[in-house]
Design a protein around this ligand. Structure first.
Ligand code: NDP
Length: 490
């Protein structure tokens, strides 16, 4: 992507900005703690240039490119990303520390999203409404919102960039995307893919930098809509700043999701799922099911298998094929997770069954062993706060009504899973859970054909699925009169 002497740079109006020895910061390799790459943060002038480029190119993209033209650009970008899948995987592993076993699917996931939105661009339009026989009728025009800003978190950088930009561009918007300062690389690969696919200059721009770059984008007067993925705390700031100029906003925020395992569940599958719901991406997933409620009658069997299988996992170099779990993204984040493990040890009666230790320290990498706490209660901080690391809290329950009420006892409303072979109970429970995404007998799958959003403090609005189109378009109503005017005045 960039030679060691050439820092990663923002992509504005179809090209990288000029290299400069100023505004540089370092990216660290999570597996070794050494400097991996330099990044050049965008200057305030470059941030403005990015917004102007997006604003000036948007009208032409919406007007001169038909839905079919736009769809074809997205489909070509999908093929380019698939061709570059190996490079995408290494870049994503380099930036995040996630294993290549996970990141090798990243390009294919992005291609799925591009294909879906390419199809939506061709098929989703307005509506015809009959008002009075042949005499008058109405219709709605689905129009782009205009110049949009996407801001991403660091755990799934390419997914964030594609989930936001693909529908935005499909429906004729332009975008300035700001990845997390920790994970800038794959948004730049995406920008290259769009360019090679024929996207006009200026329609997709990438601004590199920290939160202040994000804040400048959110408050820019030429921006019409902001789609943000990140923490509740930052999401609230973005919401407030966007409200000042009445911009449209979508927020995809944090969670502390419950996974409920009933006594009739297949315990082997339930343990597999609890592991996926907690250890995936070294626990750095917004939707992770970190509050694991297990029916008291199967608790012992569940814990025995969970601890045995977790302690067998191979933790280490994320670029190695055999590695199950990689490092945490940064030293700072590892320290935050360790603080929570300490709080868990000190709080109440919870038992740390395994893990929770810094390991492989000789590598210099940010490695932690996955921690399982049992005997937790609902009010403990490790049960209430989003930790965003491998800290699983296991809680036991006795009956359905009780567990649903306890599962809903959180400020978040992102996701939840239910494990049971009782069909009626499964649907009854998901209906009662106050969260935006639910899984029955599985966890952490997010196909782009289904909506993705958050209830309560976990977000505002939905993206993906057909309903996601509403986040990237505005509707204009048109009344058409074909008959005589019925005038009440002489
Ligand atoms: P942050 O909220 O710290 O940052 C998210 C993004 O916002 C980053 O690009 C950050 O820049 C930027 N930012 C920071 N301050 C501002 C500001 N004032 N105005 C505009 N942008 C700003 O989240 P993390 O990156 O730490 O990501 C982890 C969080 O994201 C977790 O809470 C997780 O649950 C959530 N998340 C939610 C998802 C969902 O779909 N619901 C998916 C993935 C993650 P920078 O970091 O470069 O300073």
């Amino acid at each position: 992507m960039a030679s060691p002497s050439m820092p990663l740079r923002s992509f504005i109006n179809g090209k990288r900005v000029r290299p400069s020895p100023q505004h540089l910061y370092s990216l660290y390799d999570a597996a070794t703690g050494t400097v991996r790459e330099k990044v050049q943060s965008a200057t305030p002038g470059q941030i403005r240039d990015g917004v102007i480029a997006a604003s000036e190119s948007q009208e032409r993209w919406a007007r001169d490119y038909s839905p079919s033209d736009r769809s074809k650009v997205l489909l070509r970008a999908a093929r380019i990303l698939e061709r570059r899948a190996g490079e995408v995987a290494l870049a994503e592993t380099g930036d995040t520390g996630r294993t290549v076993r996970e990141t090798r699917h990243e390009a294919a996931g992005a291609a799925d999203c591009l294909e879906y939105q390419a199809g939506a661009a061709l098929t989703v339009g307005g509506q015809h409404v009959d008002l009075s026989g042949n005499r008058s009728w109405g219709y709605t025009r689905r129009e782009p919102i205009g110049t949009t800003v996407g801001i991403g978190a660091w755990n799934y950088p390419l997914q964030s960039a594609v989930w936001k930009s693909a529908p935005a561009l499909a429906f004729g918007n332009s975008m300035v995307f700001k990845p997390s300062e920790l994970t800038p690389t794959t948004a730049l690969i995406l920008a290259d893919a769009y360019s090679e696919a024929g996207l006009p200059d200026g329609v997709f721009n990438v601004i590199l930098g920290d939160g202040s770059a994000g804040a400048s984008l959110v408050s820019h007067e030429k921006v019409d809509k902001v789609s943000f993925t990140g923490s509740v705390e930052t999401g609230s700031k973005v919401y407030t700043a966007a409200a000042e100029s009445l911009k449209r906003v979508t927020l995809e925020l944090g969670g502390k999701s419950p996974l409920i395992i009933f006594d009739d569940a297949n315990i082997h599958d339930a343990v597999s799922t609890a592991m996926v719901a907690n250890w995936l991406s070294s626990g750095q997933v917004c939707s992770n099911g970190t509050r694991v409620f297990v029916h008291e009658s199967v608790l012992e069997k569940f814990l025995e298998s969970l601890v045995k299988r977790t302690s067998r996992l191979k933790i280490g170099d994320p670029t190695e094929e055999a590695t199950d779990l990689g490092p945490m993204i940064s030293r700072g984040h590892m320290e935050k997770v360790m603080k929570y493990i300490q709080i868990g040890k000190e709080e109440d009666q919870a038992d740390l069954l395994c893990g929770g230790e810094p390991i492989l320290q000789e590598t210099g990498g940010y490695y932690l062993s996955p921690a399982i706490f049992s005997n937790c209660n609902d009010n403990m901080r490790i049960v209430q706060d989003e930790i965003f690391g491998m800290v699983m809290s296991v809680l036991s329950f006795r009956d359905e009504g009780e567990v649903v009420q306890r599962a809903n006892n959180t400020a978040y409303g992102l996701a939840a899973g239910v494990f049971t072979n009782d069909l009626k109970r499964a649907h009854r429970v998901v209906a009662d859970l106050n969260v935006a995404t639910t899984w029955i007998n599985n966890y952490n799958l997010a196909p782009v054909v289904l909506p993705w959003g958050g209830f309560k403090k976990s977000g505002q609005g939905s993206e993906n699925g057909l309903v996601g189109v509403e986040s990237w378009t505005r509707l204009k109503a048109v009344y058409v009169e074909m008959g005589a005017i019925d005038c009440p005045y002489p």
